[in-house]
Design a protein around this ligand. Structure first.
Ligand code: RFL
Ligand code: PHB
Length: 389
């Protein structure tokens, strides 16, 4: 088979790129190693920046999000037992949209089946070849038969553990990484959120986050040890720990219920440079990871997709200027967002070896933040998302 763009991975990066290319008349295939149900079963991000919302609109998949998504004008930080509100709309003129990654993925899958472009699920042993030549190809095993796709370009949208980045010769790529000494234990439950906006909590027992998926579905997190196993945490133990980290009045308002998902995510900052190798591009988590404090992972994936879509459209219209700038443009935004995610993670968590001095510095920074319009504006403009330039 021959196509214009072979997309590896049916996460949000791959499906969004495929949808935008299809609408621009550029033929593509999506090749995914898992089943569609497995992809939809992963509970991940929940907060969309305005630029991501705009891109979903351009992709023609914003209808349900506009109906069911929850626009948020502010976000809270809690420390010293007090809640402090950051007025995102007042400080920046922008809001964020609470709409889960699962729903974004479902909308994109539905649109793809309407567009009729091919998608291969359950593809085993995916191999990408020849991206340094004019004719790259992808092959995969399905039902014991190896299939081969020739393409003009390969988009590596296959996440942190994917095959695309791993295929690049080590001498051609530089990796930057920071691993944090804790994880996030997350619980999804069909209970109304404790507050109508998100609350990020800095507490001596560790960080906590009160988030949500809808007016009847909540997502909560507590900082946990990397040695913890999700199965060892009973629902009761989770709710008790969360309540411990909230101010008493907020804890009293918390409605608990049985978890419908419980998992532990490690926290990592990671960037690969560059993001282009001949006719192979790395997009989203394949090229970078941020710790989830600040909710930037999915949004960065979307901005990579926007840059690559613009580059590919221009290429097929006769100009390679934009595609030649893909890696540089994407990385400029990625590094600024890495900085914000690292900063917010450093500010809000308990670090085992920070000592009393480190704790005082965190507290002084939080106090300063809410005493300074300039500092609040700087945080708000990063939280709502930096512009696509
Ligand atoms: P994804 O979503 O990982 O999708 C990659 C897809 O590629 C497939 N794949 C392959 N396909 C074919 N051949 C191979 N060899 C393949 N190897 C892998 C995978 O099965 C998968 O379907 O990457 P993408 O599309 O770049 O999207 C990125 C976002 O998913 C990610 O940035 C965020 O979800 C990060 N993230 C979070 N971000 C937030 O903003 N807020 C959060 O609360 C949040 N929670 C999370 C997260 C990421 C997590 N991971 C990766 C462990 C929680 C978790 C647990
Ligand atoms: C979520 O709802 O899963 C979520 C929200 C905000 C974050 C991270 C995760 O910063």
């Amino acid at each position: 088979m021959k196509t214009q763009v072979a997309i590896i991975g049916a996460g949000p990066s791959g499906l969004l790129l495929g949808q935008l290319l299809s609408r621009s008349g550029i033929a593509n295939i999506v090749i995914e190693q898992r089943s569609a149900d497995y992809v939809l079963g992963r509970i991940r991000a929940g907060v969309l920046e305005q630029t991501t919302v705009d891109l979903l609109q351009q992709a023609g998949v914003a209808g349900r999000m506009q109906q069911e998504g929850l626009p948020h004008d502010g976000v809270e930080l809690c420390f010293g037992g007090q809640r402090h509100r950051l007025d995102l709309l007042g400080l920046t003129g922008k809001r964020v949209m609470v709409y889960g990654q699962t729903e974004v993925t479902r909308d994109l899958m539905d649109a793809r089946s309407v567009s009729g472009e091919p998608t291969v699920y359950d593809a085993d042993e995916v191999v990408v070849e020849g991206f340094d030549s004019p004719q790259p190809s992808v092959s995969y095993l399905q039902d014991g038969v190896r299939h081969r796709v020739e393409a003009d370009f390969i988009a590596g949208c296959d996440g942190f553990h994917g095959v695309c980045r791993a295929t690049v010769p080590p001498s051609a790529i530089t990796l930057y990484e920071k691993i944090y000494p804790f994880g996030w234990l997350g619980v999804l439950a069909d209970v109304p959120p404790v507050s109508h906006e998100l609350i990020y909590v800095h507490h001596e027992r560790g960080f906590a986050l009160c988030s949500q998926r809808s007016k009847v579905r909540s997502r909560y997190y507590v900082q946990c040890s990397l040695d913890d196993q999700a199965e060892q945490w009973s629902d009761d133990a989770f709710w008790a720990e969360l309540k411990n980290r909230l101010p008493p009045q907020t804890a009293a308002q918390l409605i608990t219920g049985p978890s419908i998902e419980k998992s532990i995510a490690p926290l990592r900052s990671f960037v690969a440079e560059p993001l282009r190798f001949g006719r192979l591009f790395l997009v989203g988590d394949a090229g970078h990871i941020v710790p989830p404090t600040g909710a930037k992972g999915l949004n960065l994936a979307a901005s990579d997709v926007a840059y690559l879509w613009q580059g590919l459209r221009s290429h097929y219209a006769g100009s390679d200027t934009e595609i030649n700038h893909y890696s540089g443009r994407a990385l400029a935004r990625i590094w600024k967002t890495e900085r914000f995610s690292w900063w917010m993670t450093s500010l809000m968590h308990n670090f085992p070896d920070s000592g009393h001095f480190g704790q005082k510095m965190q507290r002084a920074e939080l106090d300063y933040l809410f005493s300074s319009a300039a500092a609040m504006t700087a945080m708000a403009e990063n939280y709502v998302g930096l512009p696509l330039v």
